[in-house]
Every structure is written in structure tokens, then in C-alpha cells.
Design a protein. Structure first.
Length: 293
């Protein structure tokens, strides 16, 4: 499989996103305010660059509103996922959120001209089966159908809508302009929401502030500039399914930094998951020779 620029950008984005659950599990700031500062610090860093370099181009009113809507959708996704991962196990929140490829596939079939190919659905089934092996089938027996469960499912739905809408916007708007508008909308929206819910804007430790800045720089700016570039040049279905691989990378990071165990079951599940993602990148008949080339 040839590594093109969009695919390389997607890989870089996935690596950056994979750090996010590790930072959130430190619980150094409430989930909602953490999402606010992630967006706010990101736009504070991005805005001077795009304005001084002249790289910001304001699109027409319709595209501007759609880009702002993307910001609201994405920030809502991050907010509810933050709450879900703090109020339940990271496994449950991650698994339910990662159902987004299913929603993206259905949405693409219904609303986009580019319909999902058969190999996307095959790859999705294989990847989700790999995810189930990865987290352990006993997890489904112990699953809690509570508020955190609903928030995790909602996160996946919001995420999929964001990917579909942003795909349409990015077909006509450059990545930096799109990110500037969407991040501005995210910051304003989350700021109002946090204020109305009396979330604490201050009082965090120095480590807490450092983590909030890292989320903005690595998990937001670096990650989503890369992913947005990939969305612009690749199918939304492929991007959404490829993002499942962050669960494998997060597990490795958790083993390294948090001393969480990696079992043979997780390794096997991760291999199956990545195999499912690999299937979606085939346009022609799959053969063993082509697969390993």
C-alpha cells in the first residue's frame, strides 16, 4: 500500500490523538472545562499565524456557517466523551465512541455521492470484531447502561456527523481556514456552556495547566490539522475506520506511561482490528499477493 501524503497525515493525526485518553485519565481538570481549554488554547496559538501569514480566507456565508457547525459538533463530541471516559471505564467509552465508522457508513450511503464500497463494510465488521477481542468479550456482560453509556454512544454519533459535514466543507475550503472558523466556534460554544454550568475556569495545578496546553497543541492542533487534511483528500469512511487504530496505540502508551498490562488477547485483537482497516484500502479484488505487497 503506497503511503501518500493524505495517508501520512492520517497516521500522524492518529498518533497525536492516541495520547488524549492518557491525559484525560489523569483527571487533572473536569471533562467539560478540559474540552474548553483544549479548543481555546488551540485557537489562541493558531489565529496569529493564519492572520499574519495571510493564509486565512473567509469563505461564503453558507460554508462559514457549516464550518462553525463543525466546530460545535466536534466540541460537543469531545465534551461528552470527556465526561464518559471520566465517569466510566476508558474501555467502555472508547468502544462505544468507536462505533462512529458504522454511523459514518450509513450517513455516507444516505447523504454523500461517494457511497461506501463493499470492502468498507467488510473491513468495518472485521475491525469491530477485532475491537471486541481487544477489550474482551466479558466486557459486554459487565457493561453499564448508565449516563456514561449514553454519552459515549452520543459521542460516536456526533463524531460521525462531524466527519460527514466537514468532508463537504473541506472540499471547498482550505484546512487552515476551516480549522480557524471551527475552533473559534468551539471555543465560544464551550465557553458559554461552561459558564452556564458553573464550571471552574481556574484553580488547577501547574501539572493540570500543562496537560491542558498539551491537549491543545498535540491532540487538537497537530492531530486535527493532519486529520482534516486527510479528510479533505480521502473518503470519510476510510478516515473514520482508520481512527479505530488509536485504541491500539493508546494501549501501548498506557502500558509505557501508566503501567497498564497488554495481554496476548489484546495483541490478537489489535492485529484483527488493523487487518479490518487494511481491507478498506483495497479498490480491486483482494488477493494474498496484493495484500502483502
Amino acid at each position: 500500500m503506497k503511503i501518500t501524503k493524505p495517508r501520512l497525515a492520517l497516521i500522524c493525526g492518529i498518533l497525536c490523538i492516541s495520547i488524549f485518553p492518557i491525559l484525560i485519565k489523569l483527571r487533572l481538570a473536569p471533562g467539560l472545562i478540559s474540552a474548553f481549554y483544549r479548543m481555546t488554547f488551540a485557537i489562541i496559538l493558531l489565529l496569529p499565524y493564519v492572520l499574519l501569514s495571510g493564509k486565512f480566507k473567509l469563505p461564503n456565508l453558507k460554508l462559514t456557517l457549516l464550518a462553525a457547525l463543525c466546530g460545535i459538533l466536534f466540541s460537543s463530541d469531545v465534551a461528552v466523551w470527556n465526561i464518559a471516559i471520566q465517569d466510566s471505564s476508558a474501555t467502555q467509552a472508547s468502544l462505544l465512541t468507536n462505533l462512529s465508522p458504522v454511523w459514518v457508513g450509513i450517513g455516507s450511503f444516505l447523504f454523500l455521492k461517494s457511497k461506501p464500497a463493499i470492502n468498507f463494510w467488510i473491513g468495518t465488521i472485521v475491525a469491530l470484531f477485532g475491537m471486541a477481542i481487544f477489550v474482551g468479550f466479558e466486557f459486554f456482560i459487565e457493561m453499564n447502561f448508565n449516563q456514561a453509556f449514553l454519552f459515549a454512544v452520543l459521542s460516536g454519533i456526533l463524531y460521525s456527523i462531524y466527519l460527514l459535514v466537514s468532508k463537504n466543507v473541506l472540499s471547498e475550503v482550505d484546512v487552515l481556514s476551516f480549522m480557524t472558523i471551527s475552533l473559534s466556534a468551539s471555543s465560544i460554544y464551550l465557553g458559554i456552556l461552561c459558564y452556564s454550568l458553573n464550571e471552574p475556569f481556574t484553580g488547577f495545578s501547574n501539572t493540570g495547566w500543562l496537560v491542558l496546553v498539551l491537549q491543545a497543541v498535540i491532540c487538537q492542533l497537530c492531530a486535527w490539522l493532519s486529520v482534516s487534511y486527510a479528510i479533505k483528500h480521502m473518503r470519510a469512511t476510510r478516515v473514520s475506520l482508520s481512527l479505530l487504530s488509536q485504541a491500539v496505540i493508546t494501549a501501548v502508551l498506557a502500558w509505557f506511561f501508566l503501567e497498564e498490562k497488554i495481554t496476548l488477547q489484546m495483541i490478537f485483537g489489535g492485529i484483527v482490528l488493523l487487518f479490518g482497516i487494511r481491507i478498506t484500502f483495497y479498490k480491486k479484488t483482494i488477493t494474498l499477493k496484493k495484500f502483502f505487497s
